[in-house]
Design a binder for this molecule. Structure first.
Ligand code: BGC
Length: 485
């Protein structure tokens, strides 16, 4: 694995196939005109907010749903988790739509599905229709989860790419926070219908933002629409060297105009970026983040927060708000310090804080009844966990997944990594309660801490730094003879 990082560092300066990489400019200008940059950000932020709202809203809606339809635990688990299933399939389809029809159309499809899904859920007369609405909305989330970061990575200047894609993560955290907040505000008998229906608002705003935004010039080149690519590059501020930038894109596409086959996506020569992308996607979920996002109310209950109001407040502020604020650390440092230092520091913070949470539960002896000091320790440790996740595994995962794949397989490869991320989220959140029941809170948190330690070792030896390198340079590094072995 050490060889991978080595290969990549060498690849940063040399393209063995066709001479020094420096001859062609990066595909996107170093500074986008303000209105263009703002429009790209609007698309990315709204897509992330939609994803996050969906993650956060269910914790508040479940109680009302249970009362409205008098359903049991299994039906509630299905209502909770089928959105993740929909997202898993949506992310596979998202790659296909983004490659065939363009990044913008994929995002429009996502927004429409999200609006339809939100309305179906809100007016659902029974559980099957509610679940259908969850599935449709989840599908939309999955499509957006692939298309938005892909769009951001392709439109961002190389030096700011981490910041663009981290903004997506920031928006996810804002969406979760807003959902927690809305949950508190709308708590009441039929509040769940409004909580789920409100999700149509970011959907509609996303559709509007996409209609105004430009299409990715890389996608235009990929499907052979040269004139459209040139026009877009000029709109992005490349008045003087649009031709040269187009040549840089075309070179990295190597005249490939068709969608790659699945065999190409899994080809041996792309093994290294594939392993890195899938590894990060799984690792992000094995930290236990979504067990905490979905079940923080019950964790806080076990940690001594007596009333539902206290638990909801702890969730909104200690998890929701801290998650948003800490993501700014990543936005500030991801392009300067790099991806690896953030990831390494975050994994250490997560491993330690999870170990402390486990210890607090272990020391209390009886699961589910922590004393007040252990309750406080748990609260502080969970805050440290969220901070550590929010500046590392959250944004770095999505940034790296969207920059390490070669142009010709990027759409599908990103889709696979995203689907794997959702699959892992489905498993972790779906089985958290059963695992706690089987081995107890303490060992469950220690298990997540163990995954962080394994992830830490793997990141240190196997994940290269991608800061400040153009997508073309990163791609060239996988083409090194050593990288193929
Ligand atoms: C993850 C989500 C998670 C969120 C928390 C994202 O990067 O993909 O699964 O809920 O971060 O902020």
């Amino acid at each position: 694995m050490g060889g991978m990082a080595e290969t990549t560092r060498r690849g940063a300066t040399t393209d063995p196939g066709s001479g020094p990489q420096g001859e062609l400019p990066a595909s996107v200008p170093d500074h986008l005109p303000f209105a263009r940059a703002a429009s790209v950000f609007a698309v990315v932020l709204l897509a992330g907010a939609l994803f996050g709202y969906d993650q956060g809203v269910i914790s508040g809606a479940l109680l009302g749903i249970q009362k409205a339809f008098a359903v049991g635990a299994i039906a509630l688990e299905i209502v909770t988790s089928w959105v993740t299933l929909g997202a898993m399939f949506g992310s596979i389809a998202g790659g296909f739509v983004a490659d065939h029809f363009g990044r913008k159309r994929a995002l429009l499809v996502a927004a429409s599905l999200f609006i339809i899904g939100a309305l179906v859920q809100s007016f659902a007369p029974n559980v099957p229709i509610l679940v259908f609405g969850r599935l449709v909305a989840g599908f939309g989330v999955g499509v957006a989860a692939v298309a938005a970061p892909l769009y951001a990575a392709e439109l961002a200047p190389a030096a700011q790419r981490g910041r663009y894609v981290s903004s997506y993560q920031l928006a996810i955290t804002v969406g979760i926070f807003v959902a927690y907040f809305v949950n508190q505000a709308l708590a009441g008998p039929d509040g769940w219908r409004k909580m789920l229906g409100v999700a149509a608002v970011p959907g509609a705003l996303l559709a509007l933002a996409v209609l105004i935004a430009v299409e990715s010039p890389r996608w235009f080149v990929k499907v052979g629409r040269r004139e459209d690519a040139l026009r877009t590059l000029v709109a992005l501020g490349a008045e003087h060297d649009a031709e040269a930038r187009l040549a840089a894109i075309a070179k990295s596409l190597r005249a490939e105009v068709k969608t790659p086959s699945w065999a190409e996506v899994f080809a041996l020569r792309w093994r290294t970026p594939l392993i890195i992308g899938l590894g990060l996607a799984v690792l992000q979920q094995l930290t236990g983040i979504n067990a905490i996002i979905y079940y923080s109310n019950s964790i806080f209950a076990a940690a001594g927060f007596a009333t539902p109001v206290e638990q909801a407040q702890a969730t909104t502020w200690a998890i929701g708000a801290v998650n948003v604020l800490s993501t700014f650390i990543a936005i500030a440092f991801i392009d300067g310090l790099g991806r690896r230092p953030l990831l390494i520091a975050g994994l250490i913070g997560m491993a330690l804080s999870l170990a402390v949470v486990g210890f607090a539960f272990w020391q209390s002896g009886t699961e589910g009844s922590l004393g007040s000091s252990a309750g406080l320790i748990t609260l502080v440790a969970l805050v440290v966990f969220i901070i550590s996740f929010a500046f590392s595994a959250g944004p770095v995962t999505w940034t790296v997944i969207n920059e390490i794949y070669p142009n010709e397989i990027r759409g599908r490869a990103v889709a696979v990594a995203t689907a794997v991320n959702w699959g892992a989220a489905f498993l972790v959140s779906g089985f958290f309660l059963s695992v706690v029941k089987a081995i107890g809170q303490a060992y469950t948190f220690w298990m997540f801490a163990g995954f962080c330690v394994i992830g830490l070792v793997w990141v240190m030896v196997g994940v290269p730094e991608t800061r400040g390198r153009s997508l073309e340079e990163i791609e060239a590094s996988w083409r090194q003879p050593a990288g193929r072995s």
